[in-house]
Design a binder for this molecule. Structure first.
Ligand code: FAD
Length: 176
């Protein structure tokens, strides 16, 4: 009877994955959604891990809201100037310096991954890098992490705009 029960017993995850690390919450994704959940649960004393396959920070800080505001701000300035030409504003002199604008944008984006990871570790949230893949309902690899809860905060992929020039948004030099 005992033998049979032992055979039927679900194998302990640690037997199967000797390197398994256990957390109460594993957050997949370090964007706004994952980050606020990680801090929220950590502040309640939970053991929390985060994992991301890309530099920490997610879409909003690195590729979305914040960099967009820098680029749109410059474009709006030029647009307003153009609208006022012949209405008391002269058009000479103002133009986009693409390299400088992209450098300016990077002053917002480049510090994010390191500072976000630093923030996590300072708060006792354990950071991992890599693409999380489920081995079973509570375990993800590459790093073989097991969580009582797992939060999938992996965001979404933006729709392609389908406009000429969208491929240049990451380039340092001005598109020709
Ligand atoms: C150009 C642009 C401009 C935007 N402007 C605004 C704005 O002005 N205001 C606004 O409110 N919203 C804006 N948004 C939307 C906003 O950026 C998103 O709603 C928000 O970033 C979503 O956050 P998230 O945490 O859900 O996902 P994300 O920030 O996308 O984070 C998901 C993370 O999960 C990681 N990940 C994915 N799969 C895995 C995996 N298998 N393993 C490990 N990690 C994984 C990704 O690498 C990523 O870091 C904009 C979006 C874009 C693209």
């Amino acid at each position: 009877m005992r033998e049979s029960r032992d055979e039927e017993r679900e194998p302990n995850r640690k037997d199967v994955h000797p390197m398994l690390r256990k957390f109460e919450l594993i957050v997949i994704g370090t964007g706004e959604a994952g980050t606020s959940a990680a801090y929220g649960c950590r502040s309640e004393g939970w053991e929390v891990a985060v994992i991301d396959s890309r530099p920490y920070g997610g879409t909003c800080s690195l590729r979305g809201c914040d960099p967009k505001k820098v680029l749109v701000g410059a474009a709006e300035l030029l647009d307003w100037q153009g609208r006022m030409v012949g209405k008391g504003v002269r058009s000479e002199g103002m133009k986009i310096d693409w390299s400088e604008l992209m450098e300016f944008k990077r002053t917002f984006t480049e510090p994010v991954p390191e500072s976000r990871e630093h923030g996590f570790t300072e708060d006792g949230i354990v950071p991992f890098h890599g693409a999380a893949r489920f081995i079973d309902e509570r375990t993800v690899e590459d790093d073989e992490l097991s969580g009582r809860y797992l939060l999938i905060a992996t965001g979404a992929r933006p729709v392609k705009l389908g406009i000429t020039g969208e491929e240049h948004f990451h380039h340092r030099s001005r598109p020709q």
